[in-house]
Design a binder for this molecule. Structure first.
Ligand SMILES: [Zn+2]
Length: 208
């Protein structure tokens, strides 16, 4: 199944567009047995499939596809070839294609592969990064909350009670006292939920 998958990575500070030029084939044991060096023959067919998917892409024509081989118990083999391309025209063209159900599954796998290849992280690394992003937001909220609760306006002795800046300072102090605890609580909860959801997904992925 030759396919071009548009992938956009929007995780800060990255915002990059890619296309995964890909082909996935499954050959039965019989098909593999009809030629000598069945898997090598199959691999060449998959590489050819990737190039055919990306006919208008010079990069994909000259870049060797990354091959993943999955043997099955019945002797059949699934092979996936992928090239990660950052050409804008490829991305635009790939976005115009409407994926069917089978292609959507391949597109999801291709997108995950592109994320990991782009970020240069081991599987699961992306999740670590989003945990870090959520925890940072929580820590910033907590810090703002703490700053608000410690802010205490001291009216200078040399100012009269009706001075505009004194009134402003007192109002700001009241406002900070009012907002400090909700902000602190929101910050603490954000950190807490980030950790809980991280532990939950960690457990799910280990079970699965
Ligand atoms: Zn391309």
């Amino acid at each position: 199944m030759p396919l071009n998958v548009p992938v956009t990575i929007t995780l800060p500070p990255l915002d990059r567009s890619y296309t995964v030029h890909t082909d996935r084939q499954r050959w039965s044991a019989d098909q593999l047995a009809t030629v000598p060096d069945g898997r090598d023959f199959m691999e060449r067919a998959v590489r050819r499939g990737v190039r055919e998917a990306a006919l208008s892409c010079a990069y994909a024509q000259f870049t060797p596809a990354v091959i993943v081989t999955d043997p099955h118990p019945d002797g059949s083999v699934t092979m996936t070839g992928r090239v990660l391309c950052d050409n804008k025209d490829c991305h635009t063209a790939a976005q115009r294609h409407h994926l069917d159900a089978a292609e959507a599954i391949e597109a999801k796998a291709a997108a995950e592969w592109a994320f990991e290849k782009d970020l240069g992280l081991a599987p699961g690394g992306l999740r670590e990064r989003s945990l870090f992003a959520r925890m940072s937001i929580g820590i910033i909220l907590t810090a703002v909350g703490t700053a608000m609760s410690t802010y205490d306006y001291q009216r200078p002795d040399n100012l009269s009670g009706n001075s505009l800046s004194a009134v402003f300072g007192q109002q700001a102090d009241k406002m900070c006292n009012l907002l400090a605890y909700p902000t602190l609580a929101a910050g603490a909860l954000t950190v807490l939920f980030a950790l809980i959801s991280h532990i939950a997904t960690d457990r799910t992925s280990k079970e699965g």
